[in-house]
Design a protein around this ligand. Structure first.
Ligand code: MG
Length: 378
């Protein structure tokens, strides 16, 4: 890669975008989503976009406020001060800041977008070239369903999504809303690809409860134990037939290596934000691929900007399980990209083919839903 560029301007938009319907997990209920969109502009006028793929402090220590601070006071000055040869060098340059992975990924995404645009290809084609791996133009997708008022209401929701063509159903569980919910869905839909996500709501003492899920032919149980735990999951996995998938506790290739070596999981949910960006997400993908451990792409209710990035990532070959990559209309009445993402009849989303992220950003709508903006120039 030898096509260096210099960034001239980086602008942040703190947006609040309404969700179509409230989303409930073991953390609580979300009715709209606040996040940051980042626009980087090169000296020769090319634009790249990134989206902060986080949530509140119940998910991670990174919040919109910490991201605003770390971007403005550390990462943006680092990004503006010297030219870029390769977006992969962001890992080293931003290494001056420890942690803050979701925030680093926001800026790194814009670098990938720009690098692909400069090469005149889609981000998918660009990733394929830099990783020397084949990629797919469509990605099978699943849907993630929050905790519903009752198992009956849940079954009804699941039926609706299966009818829309989603290929895999994930239901959120928590103590007291687990076995009965999962069993009701399994009985109603014996052949559905079904999994549960516990978002760290259990402890090792709950192993007998989790073992009851073994009869329900689930694809996996996602992150049952501590959000930063690997070791206790390695004690739980041998007690279960159902594969454990780690999500919250995998922040780096080192974490993935440790989890696989300890037998803490048999599947990994890769989120590019939590992994510190696309570069490290690809590294985790490659590491799992070498050990025949399947991965899938998690979601953080991204707008079309983050969704486009996720789709490019999920086009890599070891993303063999459907990801949490729903159509725009699953979460938003109106997306920040035009046209919005729609589900193909075969239960896939198409990876954008335009250059870079390949989406048309609706700048007017972003301006309209921005609570504040801030810009720095090189
Ligand atoms: Mg999860």
């Amino acid at each position: 890669m030898d096509n260096p560029f210099t960034l001239d301007t980086i602008e942040l938009f703190h947006i609040r975008i309404p969700l179509r319907a409230p989303f409930a997990t073991s953390f609580g209920v979300t009715t709209d989503r606040e996040t940051i969109l980042l626009r980087a502009i090169t000296a020769d006028g090319l634009e790249g976009w990134g989206e902060w793929a986080g949530d509140g402090p119940g998910y991670s220590y990174e919040t919109v406020q910490t991201a605003w601070h770390i971007l403005n006071d550390y990462l943006i000055p680092l990004a503006l001060k010297a030219p870029w040869n390769d977006p992969r060098s962001a890992v080293e340059r931003f290494g001056a800041v420890r942690g803050h992975n979701i925030t680093k990924a926001t800026l790194e995404a814009a670098l990938w977008d720009i690098a692909a645009r400069r090469a005149g290809v889609s981000l998918r084609a660009f990733l394929s070239a830099v990783t020397r791996q084949p990629t797919r133009d469509r990605v099978p997708v699943g849907v993630s369903i929050g905790i519903q008022p009752s198992p009956e209401a849940l079954v009804e929701q699941v039926g609706r999504y299966l009818e829309q063509g989603y290929r895999r159903i994930k239901i959120k569980i928590k103590p007291g809303r687990d076995i009965a919910d999962a069993r009701a869905v399994r009985q109603a839909f014996p052949n559905a690809l079904l999994m549960v996500d516990a978002n760290s709501a259990y402890s090792l003492d709950d192993a007998p409860v989790l073992k009851q899920l073994d009869d329900l032919d689930l694809l996996m149980i996602e992150q049952p134990l501590g959000y930063d735990d690997i070791y206790q999951h390695s004690l739980l996995q041998p007690q279960l037939k159902t594969p454990i998938c780690l999500d919250e506790s995998i922040h780096s290739p080192d974490h993935a290596r440790a989890a696989l070596a300890l037998g803490a999981c048999r599947i990994i949910n890769i989120k590019q934000g939590r992994s510190g960006g696309l570069t490290q997400a690809v590294e985790i993908h490659d590491l799992c691929q070498a050990q025949h451990v399947p991965v899938w792409c998690g979601g953080m209710l991204e707008t079309g900007i983050g969704r486009a990035l996720n789709l490019a990532l999920a086009s890599l070959p070891n993303f063999t399980l459907p990801g949490d990559l729903s159509a725009s209309a699953r979460y938003y009445e109106r997306d920040v990209v035009d046209p919005p993402f729609v589900l193909n009849p075969d239960g896939t989303l198409s990876v954008p083919e335009g250059t870079g992220l390949g989406v048309q950003v609706d700048f007017g709508y972003i301006a309209q839903i921005s609570l504040r903006r801030e810009q720095q120039r090189g």
